[in-house]
Design a protein. Structure first.
Length: 321
C-alpha cells in the first residue's frame, strides 16, 4: 500500500475501520533499521554487528551519519558492510537524524522503521517480536521493547514510558528493576524510548515525523502523545530486548538537553505549566549557581533558556514525511 493510499483511507467517516482492514490485508513487512551516528563509529559498528545476528531477514540497515569528524566517518564507511550511509551536512540532532533515515525509508517503500540507539546491541529475535506485536493489531502505531543496562544485563533501563500527572515529565517503567518477567507480553504505554522503537509507516503518514525542535530528548515522548491522540496504540512487548551502553552523545550536557526538551514538550502539550517550570528551574538551578559565583554552571543553565527560545523561534518542526 502506498502512502497516498493511507492518506486516502483517512478522509471520511469510516476511515479508522478501513485503515485496520487495509493494514490487516497487507502482507509486506519490510523494515528499515535506522541508527544515528555522531563521532562514535566504534559503538555503531558493534551495533551493526549485533543487527547482523537478527533472525528477521526482510530488513536494511540505514546509518544516518550526523556530520562526524572525518576519521570517524572514514572508519564507519570502510567497515559498515552493506549498510546504507546517509551523510548529513551538519549535526541534525537525534530527532533530525532519525527523520532523515525515516524519510529515506518512506521514499523506498518500507512498511516499518526501527529506530535503534547506535550504542546498543539487540537480541536476535527482538525485531521479529516487535513486528509480531505490530501484526497482532493494525492500530498499533509504535512498538518498543525492554532496554537493559549494558553494564548490568538483567537490570532494566526502560520497559516503556509514562507521563507524570502533575509535572508532565516523562518517566520510565521498570527503571533500575531486575527483570523477573514483570513486563512480559504486550502492554499500552504513553510513549516508547527512541532507543528501540518500531514505527508503522502508515502511522507516520497520518501523524508526521518527530518534531526537530527538540534536537534530542523528549522528541520520542512527544511522538508517543501525538500517536495516541490520533488513535494509534503505543505499546511495548517484553519479548523484544536490547542492551544499552548509554554513551549519550550530549556527554556532560545531557541534563541541559533534557531540560530543554522538557520545556519544549510543555510548550507543545501542557503550555499552562510552562511558566512555573521556567521559574522553578531558575530558582533551583540558575539562581544558586549565580549566588555561589559558579559562572560556568550558571552560563550552562542560561543556555537552556536560550536554546529553548531560539529553537522555538528559528527551527522548523519538519513534521512532513
Amino acid at each position: 500500500m502506498t502512502t497516498s493510499a493511507y492518506q486516502l483511507s483517512l478522509t471520511d467517516q469510516g476511515a479508522f475501520v478501513r485503515r485496520s482492514e487495509e493494514l490487516t490485508n497487507s502482507q509486506s513487512n519490510r523494515v528499515a533499521i535506522v541508527l544515528v551516528n555522531w563521532n562514535n563509529s566504534a559503538d555503531t559498528l558493534d551495533c551493526i554487528k549485533s543487527l547482523g545476528s537478527l533472525n528477521y531477514q526482510d530488513s536494511v540497515i540505514v546509518v544516518v551519519e550526523n556530520h562526524s569528524r572525518p576519521d570517524e566517518y572514514s572508519a564507519l564507511q570502510s567497515q559498515c558492510g552493506e549498510a546504507v550511509i546517509l551523510r548529513q551536512k551538519r549535526n541534525l540532532g537525534f530527532a533530525g537524524g532519525c527523520n532523515a533515515g525515516i524519510r529515506w525509508a518512506l521514499r523506498n517503500g518500507f512498511d516499518y522503521i526501527w529506530l535503534v540507539n547506535n550504542d546498543a546491541e539487540v537480541a536476535p529475535d527482538s525485531l521479529q517480536e516487535l513486528v509480531h506485536a505490530m501484526k497482532s493489531d493494525p492500530n498499533i502505531g509504535i512498538a518498543g521493547g525492554v532496554m537493559y543496562y549494558w553494564s548490568d544485563p538483567e537490570r532494566i533501563q526502560t520497559a516503556g514510558g509514562f507521563m507524570e500527572s502533575q509535572t508532565k515529565r516523562g518517566g520510565m517503567l521498570g527503571q533500575d528493576e531486575l527483570d523477573t518477567g514483570q513486563f512480559s507480553g504486550v502492554r499500552d504505554v504513553d510513549y516508547v524510548s527512541g532507543g528501540m522503537l518500531l514505527v508503522r509507516s502508515a502511522a507516520i503518514a497520518e501523524v508526521g515525523l518527530m518534531d526537530e525542535r527538540f534536537f534530542m530528548y523528549y522528541e520520542d515522548t512527544d511522538w508517543g502523545i501525538r500517536m495516541r491522540e490520533s488513535g494509534w496504540r503505543v505499546v511495548t512487548t517484553g519479548e523484544a530486548k536490547s542492551w544499552h551502553k548509554d554513551k549519550a552523545s550530549a556527554g556532560t550536557k545531557k541534563p541541559y538537553f533534557i531540560q530543554h526538551g522538557y520545556f519544549m514538550f510543555l510548550y507543545k502539550n501542557s503550555r499552562h505549566r510552562l511558566g512555573s517550570a521556567l521559574r522553578l528551574y531558575a530558582s533551583h538551578q540558575l539562581r544558586p549557581h549565580l549566588t555561589r559565583r559558579q559562572w560556568r554552571l550558571a552560563w550552562a543553565d542560561a543556555k537552556v533558556y536560550w536554546m529553548f527560545l531560539t529553537r522555538l523561534a528559528f527551527v522548523k518542526a519538519n513534521l512532513q514525511p
